[in-house]
Design a protein around this ligand. Structure first.
Ligand code: NAD
Ligand code: UDP
Length: 311
């Protein structure tokens, strides 16, 4: 049994990752301020005897007598409407919060795993995006609380690795969806499923010709587990390279839910990236990872979960 400290463990990915670790018999200590994490997710995690929770904001130093083998840094709101709610929290979680978690890893001589994002590529001018691409990010802008926050976190991790010898691993996650995502958190897959199941209008922002590449959560967690338990430094892209327009996504959701919803077009999201698709050759080579679940199957599973547990 290994001991894992996870920040942001009550959120969407944190819950899925914790459930996976708990099912393998490990001890999981979750710290979360419940900014976007949910009580429903926590209630599920609390069913496991090897799970411990502390309400804690990672912007404050974390002290605990338990010796951790791994520090998994997931804390940070990931949905645009949620990170705009408190942009200073978003910046500080990525900067001060990441530093505090790095300090725990340093003290414990633990491996430090960090969830970076495809948003470090900004509104990419190169398509698809490999880890070698430096990105196209506007620093002086509303969205930069997230993009630049995440870029700063990567820069800080580089310094802790090279100055202090912390064993670090970074992945860059591309749009991931699935069970345990808060249906109200405002991301596109949950919005469309919720709208389709209630036969209300499907809100496509802008033209809907913008693209995303959607990864089902089980594939994402498989990639995370491989990275956590490797010696790789990264950053490594983890995402599904199958690319769809937002209109295609809306039509698939309507079809799979047999919904009467109509598609309407609403205002564009702020600084919305026009295209996004990962190059995953590094993940294949270094981790032996590639996604298995097609969008249609992932949506089917997510719709089923939303109908039974998500509402
Ligand atoms: P989420 O919003 O569901 O979960 C984030 C969790 O972090 C929540 O439980 C929240 O309460 C917690 N948190 C936020 N600020 C905190 C703070 N200051 N102190 C303690 N806890 C705090 O998001 P998610 O989709 O689970 O994303 C998890 C991580 O993965 C994030 O770092 C996110 O940037 C990254 N990521 C996710 C995606 C995706 O598609 N899901 C894509 C790219 C990157
Ligand atoms: N989007 C949309 N309708 C919604 C929510 C989002 O058309 O109700 C679009 C949004 O403009 C973006 C894409 O879907 O182009 C993905 O948005 P999301 O917030 O899920 O993720 P991110 O922008 O961070 O990739």
């Amino acid at each position: 049994m290994k001991r894992y400290l996870i920040s942001g463990g009550a959120g969407f990915l944190g819950t899925n990752l914790s459930l996976w670790l708990l099912s393998e018999g490990h001890f999981v200590y979750c710290v979360d301020n419940l900014h976007t994490g949910t009580k429903r997710n926590l209630a599920e995690l609390r069913k496991h005897k090897n799970f411990k929770f502390k309400k804690h904001d990672v912007r404050k130093p974390f002290r605990e007598k338990i010796k951790f083998d791994y520090v998994l840094n997931l804390a940070c709101p990931a949905s645009p409407p949620r990170y705009y709610e408190d942009p200073i929290l978003t910046l500080e979680t990525n900067s001060i919060g990441t530093k505090n978690m790095l300090e725990v890893a340093l003290k414990n001589k633990a491996r430090f795993f960090h969830t970076s994002t495809s948003e470090v590529y900004g509104d990419p001018l190169v398509h698809p995006q490999s880890e070698k691409y430096f990105g196209n990010v506007e620093s002086y802008a509303k969205r930069s609380c997230y993009d630049e926050g995440k870029r700063y976190a990567e820069a800080l991790i580089w310094q802790y690795r090279n100055l202090h010898g912390v064993d670090t691993g970074i992945i860059r996650i591309f749009n991931t969806y699935g069970p345990w995502m808060d249906p109200d958190d405002g991301r596109v897959v949950t919005n469309f499923i919720k709208q389709a199941l209630s036969n209300t209008d499907i809100t496509i922002q802008d033209t809907g010709k913008q693209t995303r590449s959607f990864c089902y959560v089980d594939d994402q967690i498989d990639g995370m587990m491989k990275m956590i338990h490797s010696e790789e430094e990264g950053p490594i892209n983890i995402g599904n390279p199958d690319e769809f327009t937002i209109i295609e996504l809306a039509k698939k959701v309507i079809e799979l839910t047999n919904s009467k919803s109509k598609i309407i077009h609403v205002e564009a999201a702020i600084s919305d990236p026009k295209q996004r698709k990962p190059v995953i050759s590094l993940a294949k080579k270094k981790l032996g990872w590639s996604p298995k679940i097609k969008l249609e199957e992932g949506l089917r599973r997510t719709i089923e979960w939303t109908k039974t547990k998500g509402r």
